[in-house]
Design a protein around this ligand. Structure first.
Ligand SMILES: Cc1cc2nc3c(=O)[nH]c(=O)nc-3n(C[C@H](O)[C@H](O)[C@H](O)COP(=O)(O)OP(=O)(O)OC[C@H]3O[C@@H](n4cnc5c(N)ncnc54)[C@H](O)[C@@H]3O)c2cc1C
Length: 484
């Protein structure tokens, strides 16, 4: 099917969805294309989930500006979009004299970047806040504006808000080619047909340079850099930390940290490994050893028996090592959000605001008069009072059937996650929106039930239900029939 739009956004990660939401506030027709069956299936699904305060990036860099502004915007967006964020603050710990000098430098840089409230704490004050930290920690940089977040939920929130304001989101829609016609129109060749557009936003994560090259722009390249993690069960939190604990940074990364999540789990990681593959997120024994050794410098007694899973994400590092944001110099009308490595999650609303503003100006677009700021309410059963739970079950009995026992997720919540605007299409899409399958058993109990619900709600046979990626079918045709 052929389509026409004012703007097409390529990529449904946090960057693309935030840009779509910002664009949909203008009188522009907007389409987002994502190659995977669901949004937030790239780097947005595997990272440290920290909203950084903004002291890491060099003063004057695009990263520094977007980080501080993005952090500020999330404080406002949290209520508007009902985002799962906890403003825990962060600590960067120093164990040697050299590292103490390093954190003082970070403080000065943060102040130059405009980060409020930075303080240096002595080791005793640090351990008063986080009792499981090593006695070797001499002092730490405290940043009160840092927080932890639920990245998939935030991408879903941006997508839902964009859909509420009339944007279209196409999944299973991979961009294979771009024809630049005259200097005014682009034709995107996608796996769901051609789309003609005046403006294109390239937010394709680790593939941004490939997309740019399709439009004849070869001005930058991306080097993938993997980061691996170990996730701990909630029961281990009292042996770990309540907030965000960094070591002193290394040349290539913020170091191996110990960090809480918004749902009471804790993780250690990431390391930083250059690799050629843009898709290889396999974890390695050497990587696990490296992050366990690194995390032990912060928390010497790690409860490894409570580890429930490992995962890895891939940073899209540009050859300038900075974000590349703005119109292509060679393909007018093509706008890049490229090299969006960390702090990309934090920066997304700031990047979105800047690019949407530039495109609206170029298009002569105006803000719509009745912009919807929020998204449809999403009941979270386990967070309701007993009276509220009873009332919800009375209204819809599916909220009385618990599907995921580890996380207490009901059938009602899973159906809602599928039926919402830009709803879940895969087992992992359900997991990322509801947490069904995120608990100690990692979906061992609820997985088959979630598959049945997806099959029923999407009206597709069980063998057509996918786990996550394009071909991630889980059942053979002969068992259920139907997959072609
Ligand atoms: C180890 C690690 C730790 C991190 N920690 C943090 C942190 O704590 N805080 C922070 O702020 N940031 C952090 N980041 C960075 C952050 O995760 C990323 O900057 C952010 O998720 C990038 O989002 P994105 O939307 O640009 O890319 P992605 O999430 O990768 O989205 C790009 C999308 O484009 C799609 N796509 C690609 N090619 C095509 C095509 N041809 N057609 C259609 N669609 C296509 C992909 O499928 C993908 O869904 C971390 C990153 C890593 C790897």
């Amino acid at each position: 099917m052929e389509r026409k739009a004012d703007v097409v956004v390529i990529g449904g990660g946090i960057t693309g969805t935030a840009i779509l939401a910002a664009l949909a506030r203008y009188d522009l027709s907007c389409v987002l294309v994502e190659k995977e069956p669901d949004i937030a299936a790239g780097t947005t699904k595997a990272n440290s989930a920290i909203l950084h305060a903004g002291f890491d990036a060099p003063t004057g860099s695009v990263k520094a500006k977007m980080n501080v502004e993005g952090n500020r915007l999330y404080h406002k967006l949290q209520d508007e979009l009902d985002l799962d964020i906890q403003w825990t603050g962060s600590l960067v710990c120093a164990t040697t004299e050299e590292e103490e000098a390093q954190i003082k430098e970070l403080k000065a840089r943060g102040e130059a970047n405009g980060v409020p409230g930075l303080e240096i704490w002595d080791g005793n004050k640090v351990r008063e806040k986080e009792p499981n930290l090593s006695s070797a920690i001499r002092s730490a940089l405290w940043a009160p504006t840092a927080g932890i977040c639920w990245p998939f939920g935030m991408a879903a929130a941006f997508a839902e808000n964009a859909a509420e304001n009339g944007a279209e989101i196409l999944r299973d829609a991979e961009v294979k080619g771009i024809r630049v016609e005259g200097d005014k129109t682009f034709t995107l060749e996608t796996t769901q047909g051609e789309i003609h557009a005046r403006f294109v936003v390239n937010a394709a994560g680790v593939y941004v340079d490939k997309i740019a090259a399709l439009a004849g722009d070869k001005s930058f390249s991306i080097k993938p850099r993997k980061g691996e993690y170990v996730l701990f069960d909630k029961t281990a939190q009292d042996k770990l930390v309540k907030g965000i604990i960094f070591p002193a940074p290394t040349k290539n990364s913020k170091g191996i940290l110990v960090c809480a999540t918004t749902h009471g789990n804790t993780f250690i990681g990431p390391n930083a490994q250059e690799q050629d593959s843009r898709d290889d997120t396999a974890v390695t024994t050497a990587g696990m050893d490296e992050i366990i050794a690194g995390a032990k410098k912060l928390v010497p007694e790690l409860p490894m028996g409570a580890a429930i899973t490992e995962f890895a994400g891939i940073r899209a590092v540009s050859d300038t090592n900075d974000f590349i944001i703005g119109e292509s110099k060679t393909a007018k009308g093509l706008y890049h959000a490229a090299g969006i490595q960390s702090p990309g999650l934090t920066s997304a609303p700031a990047i979105a605001r800047q690019l949407a503003g530039e495109i609206a100006k170029a298009a002569g677009a105006k803000e719509k008069p009745n912009v919807k700021k929020g998204r449809p309410p999403q009941p979270i059963f386990r967070e309701l009072s007993a009276e509220e739970q009873a009332a919800l079950i009375k209204k819809d009995a599916r909220y009385g059937r618990v599907i995921c026992r580890c996380e207490t997720i009901t059938e009602g919540e899973i159906v809602d996650a599928i039926q919402r605007p830009c709803g879940a299409r895969t087992v992992d899409g359900v997991k990322r929106r509801t947490r069904a399958g995120m608990g100690r058993c990692q979906g061992g109990f609820c997985g088959p039930r979630v598959i049945e619900i997806l099959s029923r709600e999407l009206k597709i046979p069980v063998p057509k239900v996918r786990k996550d990626g394009t071909d991630s079918y889980m059942y053979e045709e002969k068992l259920g029939g139907g997959r072609k």
